[in-house]
Design a protein around this ligand. Sequence first.
Ligand SMILES: [Fe+2]
Length: 277
Amino acid sequence: MSLDAHLVRLHLQSPDPAALAAFYARCYGMQQRVIGQTHLCEGPLRAVHMSPGQANQLHYALWACNSQAAWERLCAKTATLPHVDLSGFSDLPQGALGLRDPQGLCLVFVPPQAPPAPTQLASPLPGATNQHFAIRTQQIETLLSFYTEQLGFTLSDRVQDDSGKLTACFLRTEHLHHCIALFGAPVNCFDHQSFETPNWADLKDWADHMGRLRTEIVWGVGRHGPGDDVFFMVRDPDGNLAEISAEIETCASDRPVGIWPHEERTLNVWGKAIMRS
Ligand SMILES: [Fe+2]
């Protein structure tokens, strides 16, 4: 059975969280506030938090279960795993469940949430919601086993080289094709986060918005093979990729796992790709 949860937000570490917050507020249409050392950027159904730390690393990733039954299933499934003490995570709600993956990434889950109050912005942009993120890892097989077997994520697609070695994989927690992607790489670090906008016309409006800000598109416009989503990416001041995507595949629960070759055309069926290995 699917884990049945959705990504709510990421919390990034940064040597200059104020500069990072200014970037996301400007480029992704969010309002900023500061609580202690944490900068919070929040917009309609999207948010990203940041606090002091090493660049290109996540402090945590937060998911909300879509039903009380899903929350209870997750709590039961993870009861024997070590839990993270979240008392020092001041921007998390009470009662959150914290776990660490084998690479040390903090994964936080909360019960079903009431819809947030609408956030008013001075210049409305098309909708875009936190949808997925990706990490680079030296332990891709170990992480794949952890996410699927220990947490209940579902493998949507795998990318493999000519020898059958896994080089990337895409995992879902509900009907959308992936909420996390793992890229085999020489380093362990954060890769990108994506904000999903409703359609192609809205993606164009986001690209025009980046153009007006003179924020360069560094990859795309393209279409990913796994997920079938159209996309473009910019870079934040720490060098993290940040994506706008649309049209991500909706998966039936019995969808077979897809297998893709390790080549640029898999990551961008329209042409060039950023290869992580
Ligand atoms: Fe992505």
